[in-house]
Design a protein around this ligand. Sequence first.
Ligand code: GPV
Length: 829
Amino acid sequence: ENTSELRPTHPLALAPVVAPAASVDGFAKQFLQNLNFGQGVTLSASDVNDQYLALAYTVRDYLMARWLDDRATQKTQQAKTVCYLSAEYLLGRQLDNNLLAARLTDIATEALAQCGIDIDAVRAVEIEPGLGNGGLGRLAACFIDSLATMSVPTIGYGIRYEYGIFRQAFADGEQVEQPDAWLRMGSPWDFAHPEAAQTISFAGHTETYDDGGVERTRWVPEWNVLAVPYNMMVPGYHNGRVNTLRLWRAVATNAFDLHTFNSGDYVESVRAQTFAENISKVLYPEDSTPQGKELRLQQQYFFVAASIADFIDNVLPDDFDLDKLPERVIFQLNDTHPVIGVPELMRVLVDEKKLEWDAAWAITQKCFAYTCHTLLPEALEVWSVDLLGRLLPRHLEIIYRINDEFLLEVRERFGDDELLIRNMSIIGEHPYRSVRMAYLATVAGSKVNGVAELHSQLLRDNVLKDFATMWPDKFTNVTNGVTPRRFLRLANPELSALITEALGAGWTVDLERLRGLEALADDADFRERFAAVKASNKRRLGRVLEARGDAAPGDGHMLDVMIKRLHEYKRQTLKVLHIVSTYEGIVSGRLDVDDVQARTFLFGAKAAPGYGMAKRIIHLINAVGEVVSADPRVQGKLQVLYPANYNVTLAESIIPAADLSEQISLAGKEASGTGNMKLALNGALTIGTDDGANVEIRKLVGDDNFFLFGMSEPEVEALWAEGYRPADFYQRDERLRSAIDLIASGAFSAGDRTVFEPLVSNLLYEDRFMALADFSSYLDAQNRVDAAYADQDAWVRSAILNVARSGYFSSDRAMRDYLDRIWHATPVI
Ligand code: GPV
C-alpha cells in the first residue's frame, strides 16, 4: 500500500497497486493507452515496432503490481534470498515467456486481433537480449525462471551490457562480427532506478588510521563510477510470483565537464564519461577462455560490489544485524567471474562495518557458494597480482591475508609439505604471480559444486583434489537443468499440446510426469501423432530459415544438429570429418548410396573473435557445405546448413525439429552441456561420448535409445600418458585418410591447399582433443544411427522414450538440489 510519510488522502492513492483487468477489454485498453500515450502514435499510424513496444509495456503493466507486492514482502520476510551472481544472462526473447507466465497469451492475441494486429508479426520484431555467450549464461536464465516458478525469493545480479554477444554474419564462408545493438529499438522489459545507484570505486591506495584506539585500514580510491540498476521482472509460471533480475549499467559520476565543454574541447569533456561507461559497454565474447584484461576485472568488480551493497543497503531492513547475514542471503558464484565479491564482502564487513576479521570471515564463508563450470585448465581464471593490486589494492591485501590464514590451516592439517603449499596457494607464482580465482572461491565458499556427476567427480579427483581431501564435505554435485517452459512448452507448442492431451498440464512444473509417456511409446497411434509433430516442426524450421534467406532442411531428411559454441574441445571438426567421409564415400563409390540415410547436417555456432582455429573450422564447415550442396552426385542425400548468428531465438526453432543431437566432446572436457538436455527433451536421439551430462542422459534414456561412441575419460588419460600420435590413426583408418586427404587436396577451397593446411596439420600432429582417435568409433556409431533411422517405427519409439525419461533435466529439479544441498533456503509462498 502507498502509505509511508506521504499521508495521501485520495482513495486511489490509498488502494493497493492493481494490475489492469485480465480480460480482452482490459488488455486492449491498456495496450492502446501505451501505444497512444507511451509511444505517442495513433493505432492507424503505428508501425510494428510501436506495437511491439506497447504490447511489451502492457504485459509489463500486468506483472508490475505483483512485482511491487513481492518487493514489499522481501523487506519484511525472514526468508533467505538467493542472490545469483553472474556476469552473463542469455535470456532470449521475453514477450512470449512473460505472456505465458502471466496467463495472458490468449487474451493478448485476441485483444490485438481486435485492434487489427496479428500478434505473430509483432512477436517477430523482438530482439533478444544476448547478454551471455553460451551455456553458462543460458543456465543462469533457466535458473532464475525456475526459482521464480518455485516461489524462491531470488535476485539475479549482473551487467546490463550495452552490446551483447556479437551478431555473426558470414562473408565467403568466414565469420564476421557485427555489434549487437539490442537497445536501439527500445528496451521495454527493463526499467532504471537511478535513485538506487551505487558508487563503485577503483585504484588508489590503502592506509591505516587510528579509529578511537583501534588500528584500521581504509581504501583511498582514485576514481569511481556510478552503477545504475536496471530491473527486469522474472515472472514465475502461473504462480503470480515476480522476482527480480537486476543488471547494472555504468555511468560517469560527474557526467561531463561543462567547463571544458564550453571552452570548446568537446572530446576531452566527454572523455571521463566514455571511460566510465566503457565498463558496461560490451560483453566479452570469450566462452570458457578468460583473457585477463583489465576492463574485464573492472566489469567483475563493478557488478559484484554494486550487488553486495545493494543487497545490504536496499534489500535488507535498515540496521540489520550483519552477524545474521548468512540467514538472509546466499551469494551463488556463477563460475569465477564474480569471485572478487569474496574480498569485497570482507572489505565491507571489516573496513566499513568494523567487524572483527574472524567474525567477518565466518560470515563470508557462509554467504558464498561456488559453481565451477569447466575442467579446461586454460579456462581457470587467474588475475595477475600486478593488475589486481593496481585496480583493487585493498582487495589484494585481503586476499593475501585470506591466503596466509588458509595456508596455516593447510600446514596444521598436512604438515610443512612445501610442494603441497605451493600447489594449494591462492597465489600462483608461474608464469607470473597471480590470484587463482577458483582456489579463492573454493577456500571461501560454503560449498563447491560441479555441473554434472562426471564433472563433479573430476573436480574432486583432479582439478581441486587437495581441497577435496582437506574438506570432503564442501564438494557436491548439482547436475544442470533447463527450463521446460521455454524449451518445451513455448518452443514446441505442438508436442506440448500432445503431451498435455495425454498427461494433463501438470508436467510444465513437474517434469517427471513425462514418465507417463513411456506407456504410449508402444501405442502406434500415439507414435504416428508424435512423428507428425516432428515433421511439422521441421517444416516450421524450414519456414524460419527461408524467411532469413537460408535453405530449408531437405524433404524427408534426418535432421542432424550440432548447436553450441565453436570450440575445439566440442569437436565440430569430428562432425565435419563424418560429413566429408560420407560425401567422399558416395562420390568414390565406396558407399552404396542406398545404405546412406538422407541427412541434413545443421550447425549453429559462434566463435570467439580472437580464436583463430575456431574461425578456421567455421570456414571449413561453410566450404564443405557449399561443395556438398552444389554436387549433383549427393543431391537429395546430403545437405549442410549453417545459418549465421545462432542464438536462443533460433535454438527455439531448431531444437523441436531435430532428430539427432550431436554431443561429441572429448570425454572429460565438457563440464555438462545443456543443449544435450533440450534436444533429448524434444525427442532427438543423442549420439555422444561418455562426457558431461551425456552420461546421465544415457543412463536415464537407456543404451538402446542413445548412440554411445568414443573413449571414456580414463581411456583418454591412458592414451595421453602413453603418448598420443594422431598420425597413427590417420594411417590406420582408410576412411579417415580419405576424408583428411580430400580436405588437404583443396577440394573445398577451389584447389587452394593452403587454406585449410593449418587445420589439417593441427589434426595430424597435435589434435589436442583427439578427434582422430575417436573417428572410427564415431563413424561406426553413425552407421548404427543410419540403420536405426531406417526403422522409423523403432526410431519414433526411442524418441518418445527420450522425452519420457528426460524429466530429471528440468531446471526445477536442479533448483531443488541447490536448495537442499547448498542454499538451505526454502520457497516463500
Ligand atoms: I567456464 N561454460 C560456458 O558456457 N562458459 C564458460 O565460460 C564456462 C563454462 C559451460 C560449460 O562449457 C558447459 O559444459 C556447461 O553445460 C555450461 O557452462 C553450464 O554449466
